[in-house]
Each structure stands twice: as structure tokens, then as C-alpha cells.
Design a protein. Structure first.
Length: 103
């Protein structure tokens, strides 16, 4: 039976590597839903700057997240209306935890 695995070439820092990709590998890319704003890192919510029903523009600050001793302004990636604020001031969040959902 012939090998069904596919050989792929990768260029990493100007070095070409050839690797075998098993035929069982089936990870299709799906675009992220920009209306779901999640924590990119664990941290503590310092200040929620929006509320349900608020209309936001792309770039508006939704909340401040303290992560690794740095304050991070979490901005709206797209314009929309705040449908859910899933966190509150002082709440500890995990990586990928939902913070805000827009509609």
C-alpha cells in the first residue's frame, strides 16, 4: 500500500525543512469571529469601560486587563453593539475566556 502521507517544505529562518504531514491530519482553518472578544492572556479585569446595549466603533476601548503587570486596553476589533459583558471589575480571567460579545 503506498504511503498516503504528504511531504511539505517549510522555510524557517532561511533554512528549508522537509516534513511529512500524515493523511490523518485534518485541521482546517476557520476565521475567528471578531464579535467574540476573549482574553489573550490570563489576568485581572481592572475596569470595564462599556455596558450591554452600548454602540461601539472599531478601536473603542471595551475594558482594561492587567496581565503580567501591564495594563492592556482591549479594543473593539469591529463596530457593533455590545450584546454581552461577560466579566466585571476585579475578576480574574483565564486565557481565551470570553470578555465581551458584540452583535
Amino acid at each position: 500500500m503506498p504511503n498516503e502521507n504528504e511531504m511539505r517544505k517549510l522555510n524557517i529562518d532561511e533554512t528549508i525543512y522537509e516534513t511529512e504531514v500524515p493523511s490523518s491530519f485534518d485541521r482546517r482553518w476557520t476565521p475567528k469571529d471578531e464579535r467574540l472578544i476573549s482574553a489573550f492572556i490570563p489576568g485581572t479585569v481592572i475596569e470595564v469601560k462599556t455596558r450591554v446595549g452600548s454602540k461601539v466603533r472599531e478601536g473603542d476601548i471595551l475594558l482594561i486587563l492587567d496581565a503580567m503587570k501591564m495594563y492592556n486596553e482591549i479594543a473593539a476589533p469591529v463596530a457593533g453593539t455590545v450584546e454581552v459583558v461577560a466579566v466585571s471589575n476585579g475578576e480574574r480571567v483565564k486565557k481565551n475566556q470570553l470578555l465581551v460579545r458584540l452583535k
